[in-house]
Design a protein around this ligand. Structure first.
Ligand SMILES: CC(C)(COP(=O)(O)OP(=O)(O)OC[C@H]1O[C@@H](n2cnc3c(N)ncnc32)[C@H](O)[C@@H]1OP(=O)(O)O)[C@@H](O)C(=O)NCCC(=O)NCCS
Length: 187
């Protein structure tokens, strides 16, 4: 992934930056989208095709319904900075001012290093202080401990459980609904 010239950071964090997502960047990430370890948690039940991902990203532009940004590791030498996944706000309801957060770091090699937590934090900051949203929601499988911790560490609260909501690897699993309000974010 280091052969792509990394775009400028759009939002800067400590260990990661969020940068505009392009088709070219997605192309490099795409093979990991079909890795069973991550796709079962991200609920990609059908094979993810390159053209499908291209339509998700809309070249990083704010669309009427959402925005997606690439998660890039930091490096003192920018060329060694890597795109490891993406985080998005989608299904934005501009009248009632809420949106849904989605995140995917598809290569398990990068899990458990704090990148997910920080990406959620930066996306919440963007949603509340720039998009002027009132609430951000997130749906995670109950078995997805890493994802749930990302939300809890960022002050999301558990709104409820959708019982037997997803069929994963031969059995039904619960889905947890999380949300954070603007007041909780700033508290
Ligand atoms: C879910 C996901 C975004 C988490 O990102 P991450 O970078 O691994 O998360 P972090 O390293 O910030 O970890 C957050 C917490 O979860 C823990 N954690 C991470 N992965 C874990 C796992 N597989 N099992 C148990 N705990 C885990 C971390 O130890 C950390 O806990 P701590 O704060 O007590 O130290 C990432 O694993 C991923 O993209 N998975 C595949 C797709 C997916 O599940 N998307 C989310 C759909 S809702």
């Amino acid at each position: 992934m280091s052969d792509i010239q990394p775009p400028q950071a759009f939002l800067q964090g400590n260990d990661i930056d969020l940068k505009p997502m392009t088709k070219e960047i997605f192309k490099k990430l795409h093979p990991w989208m079909n890795d069973h370890r991550s796709r079962r948690l991200a609920r990609h039940v059908l094979p993810v095709l390159e053209e499908t991902t291209a339509s998700w990203i809309q070249e990083g532009k704010l669309t009427p319904s959402g925005v997606v940004m690439g998660i890039w590791t930091k490096s003192q030498h920018d060329s060694a900075s890597k795109n490891i996944g993406f985080v998005s706000i989608f299904n934005i309801d501009w009248i009632n001012r809420h949106g849904e957060l989605g995140i995917n770091i598809p290569n398990p090699l990068y899990w458990g290093q704090g990148y997910g937590q920080e990406a959620v934090k930066l996306m919440c900051q963007f949603s509340f202080t720039e998009l002027n949203l009132e609430k951000v929601t997130a749906y995670t499988l109950e078995i997805n401990i890493g994802s749930q911790k990302c939300m809890e560490r960022n002050k999301f609260q558990k709104d409820g459980t959708l019982r037997n909501h997803q069929f994963v690897d031969g059995k039904y699993e619960n889905m947890t609904v999380f949300s954070i309000l603007r007041d909780q974010y700033t508290a």
